[in-house]
Design a protein. Structure first.
Ligand code: MLT
Ligand code: MN
Ligand code: ZN
Length: 268
């Protein structure tokens, strides 16, 4: 199997439209520092490609992926796998309404949030039928019970998952490090939203810590990732994370864990 990295930023992207922090300013000045919202294209079988999460950048991301070129009116896009129901991972579903039918694999909690919270089943029904199913050929492992803010009244459930497909583990958000996380994997993408736990407060956009926002910071996971035999990469970087600047000294403190780049192809 193979994957193509189509986005590596947390909600807002880099640069974020209303932000002039150093990360956003740097990305405006140097186009190669720009990051689209975190997304993978995964080829589960020859010619059957799934997007992992449907971001606000999905149109551009599909165009950037050679495996997703349509042929006549046929597309290799077989469906979407959702790791959570956050807006940065679900708003792109509406962009796919030109399909006749759209297959979506997700947990029950995520399906309910998208259906009853965002009301996308009903809103999109005149355009496209959303065909929800449990994950097959992959596993969704719980990594946090954090609900999206729009779904705060929805109760407990498997809100945030790591996706495991054979030797691939993809966890763009992780509030906890589950027992055995990454064991036996060949490649692990992990939550790189924040550098340290205080970043949302020191950057001045939230009174909560990274962990209170449902994101283990890099400083809490880099040693554990470095200890895995797998190739490990951080993704879902917030624009305030110093790692968005390739010259930042923090890159030397990553213990061999990489920062994911868009366009990278990994086979496993
Ligand atoms: C998150 O990853 O915590 C969410 O996407 C936050 C957001 O975009 O509002
Ligand atoms: Mn997010
Ligand atoms: Zn910013």
């Amino acid at each position: 199997m193979r994957l193509h990295v189509l986005g590596t930023a947390a909600g807002g992207g880099v640069p974020q439209w209303n932000c002039a922090c150093p990360g956003c300013t740097g990305a405006r000045a140097v186009p190669s520092r720009r990051r689209l919202h975190a997304c993978l294209a995964v080829e589960l079988a020859p010619g059957r490609v799934y997007l992992v999460n449907a971001t606000p950048d999905i149109g551009e991301q599909i165009e950037r992926c050679p495996w997703l070129r349509p042929d006549g009116r046929r597309t290799p896009l077989a469906g979407v796998i959702l790791t959570d129901a956050e807006l940065d991972h679900t708003l792109g579903l509406a962009r796919l309404r030109e399909a006749d039918e759209l297959e979506i694999m997700a947990t029950d909690a995520v399906r309910k949030a998208v259906g009853e919270g965002l009301r996308l089943d009903e809103t999109l029904a005149p355009y496209v039928r959303l065909r929800w199913r449990d994950v097959e050929g992959a596993e969704l492992l719980p990594v946090s019970g954090k609900r999206p803010r729009y779904a705060r009244d929805f109760g407990d459930g498997q809100w945030v998952s790591a996706l495991r497909i054979g030797g691939l583990v993809y966890a763009p958000a992780m509030g906890v490090w589950p027992t055995g996380f990454g064991d036996g994997a060949d490649v692990v993408f992990a939550d790189g939203t924040f550098w340290d736990d205080d970043e949302p407060r020191t950057a001045g956009f939230s009174s909560r810590t990274a962990i209170e926002m449902g994101h283990l910071p890099v400083t809490a996971t880099r040693e554990r990732l470095a200890a895995l035999p797998a190739r490990c990469l951080y993704t879902h970087l917030n624009n305030t994370n110093p790692l968005v600047d390739p010259g930042a000294p923090q890159h030397a403190e990553l213990k061999g864990v990489e920062v994911a780049s868009e366009g990278t192809v990994v086979e496993w």
